[in-house]
Design a protein around this ligand. Structure first.
Ligand code: SF4
Length: 421
């Protein structure tokens, strides 16, 4: 695509550290051209590949869709013992399927340019390890040219509210204002997220039929100032989330806590039965939390409710960077997030704060601690962001309705404060 302009995240570093996590976690669907290319690579037991390399995973027999096969230990059939890709080692990076080459980057249209965001399911992204993304512009441009269809340059801006769509120029101030709210270095992340929830909620309720151009910036500035005055600091005694709010939160957090690897998705009736039982227990919210992933023990739901102490500076940096990369990368609404409008999309992103903190508490309690560390928050964030924007369950009406109810009841704000104390 000629003259493709990319908006790169300035805060984020990344290089692959060969942990092999993505090659265990993700289902990689291949195109017909990729399937033919892999068949033509003639993999044999002598290469360390002693099973079929592709599996039919969707579509009718006359229009089969294929994915890379996984071994019984959960890893991609091409993942070797050192965490390296056999296709990459033997034929070079370009021979791998496109999703393997793109991960953990994500590209989204933004008018005449494209934003670049990253998936925090990758531990190197969470830890900010490697080359600054701003120094990878040539490589990212090449990737973007492969991923983005030529027609995307003319795509309309996503919805701002359920009833209003402004053009790309008028949408930009909303994204900039979110970044401005989240960037403030002197304010704790929880207060910044709560302020952003407050002013985006008002945006979601407003009508933009007659508000355009400079008046948009004036309106945003007014709403941001009101949100700042209403939420000056962390409350001394945060209010408990309501009973209904807790119920909705637990059903949502269950979606983020589950594991959707190929091995899990292929676990048949027994796997579905285990998941159903787990959802019932999350809905009840009493007794023990069912262990959904390795390293997370069955501990009482009530063990996650006392104060775990404040979020430390390292965790503040991780969470602030996460929210800023997702907002500047437009990775929370429109085509990047189930075609959901701006305000509702931000509320789903804001929910990632209590979800991550709840999962971090679960990690801490599983390790016998009553305080969370930045490492717990990193693990919780990597777990949760694996699903955010990618799990079909989060796009369903019921999940969206619950997020909207959390906002209407004031529970999204309460949950943010409750789990950050
Ligand atoms: S093909 Fe290579 S990069 Fe892709 S999932 Fe398999 S091992 Fe990982």
């Amino acid at each position: 695509m000629a003259n493709l302009r990319l908006e790169l995240p300035v805060l984020q570093n990344w290089s692959c550290h060969n942990c092999g996590g993505c090659c265990r976690q993700h289902l990689i669907e291949v195109t017909e051209a990729e399937r033919q290319r892999i068949i033509g690579q003639n993999w044999t037991a002598a290469d360390g590949v002693d099973q079929p390399v592709l599996a039919w995973h969707a579509g009718p027999p006359w229009k089969k869709r294929y994915r890379l096969a996984h071994r019984s230990d959960g890893g991609c059939v091409f993942l070797d013992d050192k965490g390296l890709c056999r296709i990459h080692a033997k034929f070079g990076e370009a021979a791998k399927p496109l999703p393997c080459r793109i991960y953990p980057f994500a590209f989204h249209p933004s008018g005449k340019s494209f934003t670049v965001s990253l998936r925090y399911s990758c531990p190197s992204v969470v830890a900010n390890l490697g080359t600054p993304t701003s120094k990878r512009s040539n490589e990212l441009r090449r990737m973007a040219e492969e991923v983005i269809p030529a027609s995307a340059i003319n795509s309309p801006a996503p919805l701002l509210t359920p009833n209003d769509r402004v053009d790309w120029t008028d949408l930009q101030p909303f994204v900039e204002a979110l970044d401005h709210t989240l960037a403030d270095p002197s304010t704790p992340i929880v207060v910044k997220v709560v302020r952003a929830i407050a002013w985006t909620t008002l945006i979601g309720q407003a009508s933009f039929e007659k508000i355009r151009g400079p008046r948009i910036r004036e309106l945003i500035a007014l709403l941001m100032e009101a949100a700042r005055l209403e939420n000056p600091h962390v409350p001394e005694s945060p209010e408990e989330p309501s009973r209904v709010g807790r119920l909705y939160f637990r059903t949502l957090v269950a979606q983020y806590a589950r594991k959707d690897t190929v091995a899990d998705l292929s676990s048949g009736v027994w796997g579905r039965w285990r998941l159903l039982r787990a959802i019932v227990r999350f809905t009840k919210g009493s007794g023990n939390i069912p262990s959904l992933q390795t390293g997370l023990k069955e501990v009482p739901f009530s063990a996650l409710e006392p104060s775990f102490g404040p979020i430390d500076a390292e965790a503040e940096e991780i969470l602030t960077r996460y929210f800023r990369v997702k907002t500047t990368g437009m990775h929370f609404f429109g085509s990047a997030y189930y075609d959901i409008p701006f305000a509702e999309g931000f509320h789903s992103l804001a929910l990632m704060l209590p979800v991550t903190l709840w999962l971090a508490r679960w990690h801490a309690v599983s390790d016998g601690r009553d305080r969370i560390t930045a490492a717990d928050i990193s693990r919780g964030l990597a777990m949760a962001d694996h699903h955010h924007g990618y799990s079909p369950a989060l796009a369903q009406y019921a999940a969206r309705r619950r997020v909207r109810s959390l906002v209407e009841l004031g529970d999204l704000t309460r949950l943010c404060y409750w789990y950050s104390r």
